[in-house]
Design a protein around this ligand. Structure first.
Ligand SMILES: C[S@@+](CC[C@H](N)C(=O)[O-])C[C@H]1O[C@@H](n2cnc3c(N)ncnc32)[C@H](O)[C@@H]1O
Length: 299
């Protein structure tokens, strides 16, 4: 007679249900099995670091009931799993997440974990700006990676700032990470930075209606950026040189809007970063390059 179902069995069964329901993955996981593992671990209150030993455990009745409710809600609502579990990971750190913020997934995590080598000398980085911070994930990951730097985390959205502040408290970084209201650079006073990092909104407004339901559950303000997706990026570029210290760098994720950006600014020497995990659509510019290209950014 087969024994009671294990964590591994529930992961396989849940993955099969997710696949049958034709869910879309891309919010921290990119396939049914990884998302099923997070659903089972969350429901059974197992830490991910307990894998693979935990696969052989059985699930208590309350854990099975929690899993059933979670899986049913994921399939019925098509909300990203992170909005149901209220948690997600970025650069190896856990974050509180809800529907007021984008679910963290930026390839900038890899650059931060490498302390932006070889583009900056990490020991000399003392001020960082995370423009459009959402959950605060980029700012907080930077504060962990650059342990003496002060980080400004900005967002015009009050809901996003509330989540970012909760994450700053949770990571005990209140002395080094400031969460500020700002519209691109408006609201920052005269501060200047060694690094400006941003994963801003960059989706052409009309494209959102064609997204899978999971993406349409995320805040529109986090995604949509005018008819060509470049409304916020143009303003970031135009003001960056004045906001960077000598030797400073600007790093911005623009995803699929990279081609539109290249067409809009053909003379700007964007350096498109390569990532071990295969992502693309992230450019880097040095302050002197931004200064040399200043004419291109005039409206
Ligand atoms: C794509 S989300 C990125 C969130 C977070 N940095 C991440 O990587 O998960 C973009 C964020 O930029 C914010 N945002 C939108 N318009 C902005 C603006 N004009 N200035 C600064 N941030 C803005 C949104 O509220 C949202 O939180």
């Amino acid at each position: 007679m087969p024994g009671p179902l294990t964590v591994a069995d529930f992961i396989e069964r849940t993955a099969a249900r997710f696949a049958r329901a034709r869910l879309h993955f891309g919010h921290g996981t990119d396939n049914a099995r990884d998302e099923a593992a997070e659903a089972v671990f969350f429901s059974a209150r197992i830490e991910h670091r307990e894998a693979p030993a935990a696969y052989a455990r059985t699930l208590s009745a309350p854990a099975r009931a929690r899993l059933e409710r979670l899986v049913a809600a994921r399939i019925r609502t098509r909300r990203p799993l992170a909005y149901l579990t209220k948690r997600s990971w970025f650069a190896g750190h856990e974050f509180l997440i809800d529907r007021r913020v984008l679910v963290p997934r930026s390839p900038l995590a890899e650059l931060i974990l490498e302390r932006a080598a070889p583009f900056v000398e990490a020991a000399r980085v003392s001020r960082i700006l995370d423009l459009g911070t959402g959950s605060g994930c980029i700012a907080i990951a930077c504060a962990h990676a650059f342990p003496v730097a002060r980080v400004d985390a900005t967002d015009p959205d009050a809901g996003a700032r509330a989540i970012a502040r909760a994450n700053v408290r949770r990571h005990r970084l209140r002395s080094r990470v400031a969460v500020l209201a700002a519209d691109v650079y408006e609201g920052l006073g005269r501060r200047r930075y060694d690094m400006i990092l941003s994963n801003p909104p960059y989706v052409p407004a009309g494209a959102i209606a064609r997204f899978p339901p999971e993406y349409r559950r995320e805040p529109r303000r986090a995604l949509a950026a005018g008819p060509d997706g470049l409304a916020v990026v143009r303003r970031i570029l135009a003001g960056a040189a004045a906001r960077l210290r000598p030797g400073g760098v600007l790093v911005v994720e623009v995803g699929e809007s990279a081609r539109a950006l290249g067409r809009a600014f053909p003379r700007v020497p964007f350096l498109w970063l390569e990532f071990a995990h295969g992502a693309d659509g992230v450019f880097l510019l040095q302050r002197h390059e931004l200064e040399a290209a200043a004419d291109s950014f005039q409206a």
